[in-house]
Design a protein around this ligand. Structure first.
Ligand code: NAD
Length: 282
């Protein structure tokens, strides 16, 4: 019975983190990541706390700017603009969610593209399209890094991306195009998804739909990267996190497969740190 090679995002992410720590210590240049957190969202608080410790681990200074709940556009925008001009701030990001009344994309567009370590300013994705130096959205970078870790030749490979959001699906497709792959972008209106995915040498799923990718949809030997993070109920009171891919079924067909958790997630964290270092040292 075929058993796909498992792409271990945790181990690969750790390798990246070690090389980041080395770059930071050898550079002698202070690397600083400033994050803005509005209100008291529990998930954002946990994310910020974890971020502080991962930054410390690789020698990046982490500064959290708290803005009280109920802040409006002007207050948040003002803080972002202030941090843009502060030369000691080398990387800047916003924790989400922002208050409902605030236009998140408008605020994200204010972040100086050179400090935008999450790649959320449209200027950065524009640069990716043009093949220029840019800070690329971390999850998209992580997905492509994991694909490349398998050694597959992207040039000429047929890649299918499920999901076309601005932050994941579209940048993944653009990065694969930059690798001169043949890229098919699909979304929830795609008429026959399986007909597309069955042709894929590389399949990336970023839909947020548990169980979407079944073994019948996968070309034997394909590289399958599961970006989805879905909380599902498995039995009374018991919940767990799964991706978009039927892991047990697809591992019998695919050549390579990322697990959830332990695949794209930890590599995304590593890519954020790498972007922070790139922003500071370039
Ligand atoms: P989104 O909701 O913004 O976009 C989803 C995309 O999937 C859309 O283009 C939609 O058309 C498409 N889609 C939905 N159902 C589909 C279907 N049945 N068939 C084909 N396409 C379908 O989501 P997002 O922000 O891009 O996130 C996607 C998933 O990735 C979510 O599960 C999210 O939690 C996860 N995510 C993971 C990380 C990570 O670090 N691993 C980071 C960001 C997002």
């Amino acid at each position: 019975m075929n058993q796909a090679n498992i792409i271990d995002g945790k181990a690969l992410g750790q390798v990246v983190r070690s090389s980041i720590a080395q770059r930071v210590s050898e550079s002698g240049i202070p690397v600083r990541l400033d994050a803005v957190l509005v209100g008291t969202d529990r998930a954002a608080e946990i994310y910020a706390r974890n971020q502080e410790s991962t930054c410390a681990e690789v020698g990046i200074e982490y500064v959290l700017h708290r803005i009280p709940d109920g802040a409006g556009y002007d207050e948040i925008a003002g803080r972002v603009l202030l941090l843009n001009t502060d030369e000691s701030v080398t990387g800047l990001m916003l924790h989400l969610p922002l208050p409902d009344a605030v236009d998140t994309e408008r605020i994200q567009s204010l972040i100086d593209p050179a400090k935008d370590i999450e790649g959320v300013n449209p200027a950065n994705i524009g640069n990716v399209v043009y093949g220029r130096r840019s800070l690329v959205p971390c999850t998209a970078l992580a997905a492509v890094e994991l694909i490349e870790s398998t050694g597959i030749e992207l040039k000429g490979a047929r890649c299918v991306v499920i999901g076309a959001s601005n932050i994941v699906g579209k940048p993944v497709a653009v990065l694969l195009m930059r690798g001169e792959a043949t890229v098919i972008s699909t979304n929830k209106f795609t008429r026959d998804l399986a007909a597309e995915t069955l042709q894929a040498d590389v399949l990336v799923s970023a839909a947020g739909v548990p169980g979407l990718v079944t073994p019948e949809m996968v070309k034997p030997g394909a590289v399958v990267v599961d970006v989805g993070i879905n909380r599902i109920t498995v039995s009374a009171g018991k919940r767990c996190t799964v991706g978009d891919v039927d892991f047990e079924g697809v591992r019998e067909v695919a050549g390579w497969l990322t697990p959830v958790p332990g695949g794209v997630g930890p590599m995304t964290v590593a890519m954020l740190l790498r972007n922070a270092v790139d922003a500071a040292l370039s």
